[in-house]
Write a protein that binds this ligand. Structure first.
Ligand code: NDP
Length: 435
């Protein structure tokens, strides 16, 4: 806290990891003497810059942009770009820190980074978004590169924004390289990248349920968010025989007791990514559903829950409510959606609880595969990529089991993910000496 005043999200993320790593390091002098945890928790660099752009009325607008390069010990920096008014240096530092562990868990050679801006894309025209993206890239391009730092999308940054940013990078440098992931299929993108985070979070959930001899068939699911991760998580739960009851956005949540079917999910995808509407409009379209403003969906009874919107959207009291209502498993599609109190409640209840750094790693894993395809100038087929995603999620699950299972056979997935991710990065750092 003293080293990072005014950065609560960053302190929260480091505290959660440190709780597990201190135990693990207790008898491992090599990590102590090399100050490895302290070094991972100090970003390699924090780049902050002005982003100036002109709105449709001709006004000059000024935003702040950042790129946090946390750690490149096991590969080039890699992590998304977020556009949201709530973006601060603290939020991006926590995300870059988490990303370092997540990328290590995938087994692919990627370091950790995150970037973004406090720009709010809501209500902006395509032209305004394009001018903003071009202005941001005009500064960012000098800090990134296919072997240096490879950004991707995140909240508020989807196919449209990646297209504008990639176009500007290419225009400035004259290079066509895999400097961004999440690109369109016409210009170097990978199949299944769009679906990978949401699908991966459900595959992870499936792996956890399987350890108890259960499947998703017939299970009810409460999901938050209605963006890329939430809609694809809902799609995969539905495909595997589960029934999705809720979706949400920053204004509130919808509850559909009949289940949010594939047809309804397609309607939400169109609403959110093309028409850029609000989730409350769902109730005008589908009878029997209801909208609750200003609330999260955790009070709706369910078997499994997937928080897929944003950080700290599931608090200690929500966690208690989920457990009281019979929820047996939680898989985090978003990054750090459960606050520290909530994490402690889930750990104490010993339910199946997958932290985002393990459960939502499918997206960055397929981004890693997009980088490989770009380097080799080839495109893999969909079935090959689907299989790789399944294998990678199963691999992450096994690594969590390896480091998180106690003598009773119970797995603390938070601990398992923290230790497995830490060990890989820490051992690489030890090999480099004091750098
Ligand atoms: P999108 O922009 O596609 O969707 C974000 C969703 O979360 C929207 O429904 C949005 O509602 C809601 N939301 C955003 N901010 C808030 C807030 N402050 N309070 C309540 N709801 C909010 O983003 P993604 O689906 O890509 O990302 C969702 C989460 O998943 C994030 O935590 C992200 O870091 C994480 N993630 C994403 C990956 C990816 O591949 N896209 C990879 C790994 C993790 P509204 O429309 O009202 O803004």
């Amino acid at each position: 806290k003293k080293r990072n005043p005014g950065q609560p999200e960053f302190v929260q993320a480091v505290t959660e990891v440190a709780e597990d790593i201190f135990d693990f390091m207790a008898d491992k002098e090599q990590y102590h003497s090399a100050q490895i945890l302290r070094r991972i928790a100090e970003p390699d660099r924090v780049i902050s810059f002005r982003v100036c752009w002109q709105d449709d009325k001709g006004n000059i607008r000024v935003q702040r942009g950042w790129r946090i390069q946390n750690n490149n010990s096991i590969g080039p920096y890699k992590g998304g770009i977020r556009f949201h008014p709530s973006v601060t240096e603290s939020v991006l530092k926590f995300l870059a820190f988490e990303q370092t562990f997540k990328n290590a868990l995938t087994g692919l050679p990627m370091g950790g980074a995150k970037g973004g801006s406090n720009f709010n894309p809501k209500g902006k025209s395509d032209g305004e978004v394009m001018r903003f993206c071009q202005s941001l890239m005009t500064e960012l391009y000098r800090h990134i590169g296919a072997d240096i730092d490879v950004p991707a999308g995140d909240i508020g940054v989807g196919a449209r924004e990646i297209g504008y940013m990639f176009g500007q990078y290419k225009r400035i440098t004259g290079e066509f390289t895999g400097v961004l992931t999440g690109k369109g299929l016409e210009y170097g993108g990978s199949l299944i990248r769009t679906e990978a985070t949401g699908y991966g979070a459900v595959y992870f959930l499936q792996n956890m349920l399987a350890t108890k001899g259960m499947t998703l068939e017939g299970k009810t699911a409460v999901i938050s968010g209605s963006g890329n991760v939430a809609t694809h998580a809902a799609e995969k739960v539905t495909q595997l025989g589960g029934k999705v009851l809720t979706l949400s956005d920053s204004a509130g949540f919808i509850h559909d007791p009949d289940g949010i079917t594939q047809e309804k999910i397609d309607w939400v995808k169109d609403l959110k990514s093309k028409r850029r509407g609000r989730i409350s409009e769902y109730c005008d379209e589908f009878t029997g559903s209801s909208f609750t403003g200003g609330k999260t969906p955790w009070g709706v009874p369910c078997d499994v829950a997937l928080p897929c919107a944003t950080q700290n959207e599931l608090l200690g009291i929500d966690a208690e409510l989920l457990i009281a209502n019979g929820c047996i498993a939680v898989s985090e599609g978003a990054n750090m959606p459960t606050d520290l109190d909530g994490v402690h409640v889930f750990k104490k209840a010993r339910i199946l609880f997958a932290p985002g750094k393990a459960a939502n790693a499918g997206g960055v894993a397929v981004s890693g595969l997009e980088m490989s395809q770009n380097s080799a100038r080839i495109s893999w087929k969909e079935d090959e990529l689907q299989k790789l995603l399944l294998d990678i999620m199963a691999g992450i699950h096994s690594r969590c089991l390896e480091y998180g299972t106690d003598a009773t056979g119970h797995c603390d997935y938070v601990k398992g993910a923290n230790i497995a991710g830490f060990k890989k990065v820490a051992d690489a750092m030890l090999a480099y000496g004091v750098v």
